[in-house]
Ligand binder design. Structure first.
Ligand code: SF4
Length: 434
């Protein structure tokens, strides 16, 4: 393959895949390959797939099929598939879609670079082509997971929990800050498990404090915390360190004890409530995001009502609800999938409706208040920004009139004058970019 041929990378799935693609892009650039943003103008494509649940798998397969269609028409020279779907189903995919040149698993940087005739630059693996807006970036602090959640196929695709060292992550974050990144979004499969392989104990609190010392980094946001072994020292870091946002994403998945037990979540309803109580007590203005699964095989109507009442009681700031997806080779697989799709959808819709009301009430409490926001982009009649309460891509936003002088990537103070269920409307009060 001549160096000047154009390579396109399609990234599907979660932010961890985004980081993997960014690392691969950096490696291809170092090998002087020509990367194109628009996959339709590429000579060759790398598809970084997702194999998490049915919908994601379907999207990955459709993307592959569309690519091999282009190849059959002579519009593409090479189609390379990598990531979670091919990590999990390589042999089946090789039989079903033989037009694909090669299937690789996850984190297959070296193989992919070699496939194009290049060499892996090991010492530059921490470097990335940031594909998110340049003022924020995901920092993947670990990969894989040691938790036994019965419904989850991620450990099958991503393996055991592996931690990157504090030095490596400080170096990577310094590199990102030099490129203009102001917000680090901390990700992993279970970020609270950080450090145990290298340091013999969980040291996420130490890492967060170290990252906050990097010049240019203003916001550090914690996602994917795991409830059953939540390190208490993190609460103090969030409360005391102004750069570590009062924001935690902590998927709970359910609350009824029989379901939590069958899901192998390693935590009970009582301990979950105690943890949430301590979090809210220690960090009064905490923004708490979570995720639930409805329609899990042994979820009865009584369990569902328990979950519904729990949501009404706790009043989460942000949450998402997945319908249960039967996944081969998971420990829940043998329980089958007895709850009909319509009933799963009904339960999901009921919870989202409750949350929309809670979210509106919480947003209304911000009217008249001044908050700091990070400007993202201009869209139609509004500048779109995010506050401390808004993780990128999953939460609400703050909308500011396009007449305001705003530059994406800068922080502004805005006064909130209106809202809807998910977004706030604010007016610029200090034309001072920071
Ligand atoms: S914590 Fe549980 S749900 Fe999350 S990746 Fe690990 S096994 Fe899957």
């Amino acid at each position: 393959m001549t160096k000047k041929e154009k390579i396109g990378i399609i990234t599907l799935g979660c932010s961890k895949n985004t980081v993997d693609s960014e690392r691969l892009m950096s490696q291809l650039r170092f090998n002087k390959f020509d990367l194109v943003d628009d996959p339709n103008s590429a000579d060759s494509l790398v598809i970084n797939t997702c194999g998490f649940i049915d919908d994601a798998k379907e999207e990955s397969v459709n993307t592959i099929l569309a690519a091999v269609e282009r190849k059959k028409k002579g519009n593409l020279k090479k189609v390379i598939v990598a990531g979670c779907l091919s990590e999990r189903y390589k042999s089946e995919l090789e039989i079903e879609i033989p037009e694909v040149d090669v299937f690789f698993g996850t984190e297959a940087y070296e193989q992919i670079v070699k496939e194009f005739g290049g060499d892996l630059k090991k010492d530059l693996l921490g470097e990335r082509v940031v594909t998110t807006p340049k003022h924020y970036a995901y920092l993947k602090i670990s990969e894989g997971c040691d938790n036994p959640c019965s419904f989850c196929a991620i450990p099958i695709m991503r393996g055991k929990h592996k931690t990157k060292s504090i030095e490596e992550l400080v170096a990577e974050s310094t590199y990102l800050a030099e490129k203009g990144v102001k917000e680090l979004v901390i990700i992993g499969q279970d970020t609270t498990d950080y450090g145990k392989e290298i340091y013999g104990k969980r040291v996420l609190a130490e890492l967060l404090n170290k990252l906050s010392g990097i010049k240019g980094i203003e916001w550090i946001r914690l996602l994917y915390a795991y409830p059953s072994h939540f390190p208490e020292d993190i609460m103090d870091v969030i409360r005391e360190n102004p750069k570590v946002l009062n924001y935690i994403d902590m998927p709970l998945q359910h609350i009824s004890d029989p379901v939590l037990k069958s899901m192998r979540r390693g935590i009970s309803k009582r301990r979950t409530k105690e943890l949430i109580f301590r979090l809210k007590e220690k960090i009064p203005d905490l923004t708490l995001r979570t995720t639930f699964i409805v329609g899990y095989p042994n979820e009865t109507e009584k369990d569902f009502i328990e979950l519904r009442d729990f949501i009404r009681e706790v009043r989460f700031d942000r949450f998402g609800v997945f319908t249960y997806s039967l996944e081969e080779n998971t420990t829940a697989y043998d329980l089958g999938d007895p709850i009909p799709k319509e009933e799963k959808e009904r339960r999901r819709a009921e919870l989202m409706e409750i949350q929309a009301k809670i979210s509106l009430e919480k947003n209304q409490s911000y009217i008249g208040k001044t908050i700091r926001v990070l400007a993202e982009r201009l869209e139609g009649d509004f500048h779109i920004a995010r506050s401390e309460r808004d993780a990128p891509e999953v939460d609400g936003e703050v909308l500011i009139s396009k007449k305001s002088k705003i530059i994406p990537g800068n922080f502004y103070d805005v006064e909130i004058y209106d809202c809807n269920e998910y977004d706030l409307f604010g007016k610029l009060i200090k034309n001072k970019a920071s």
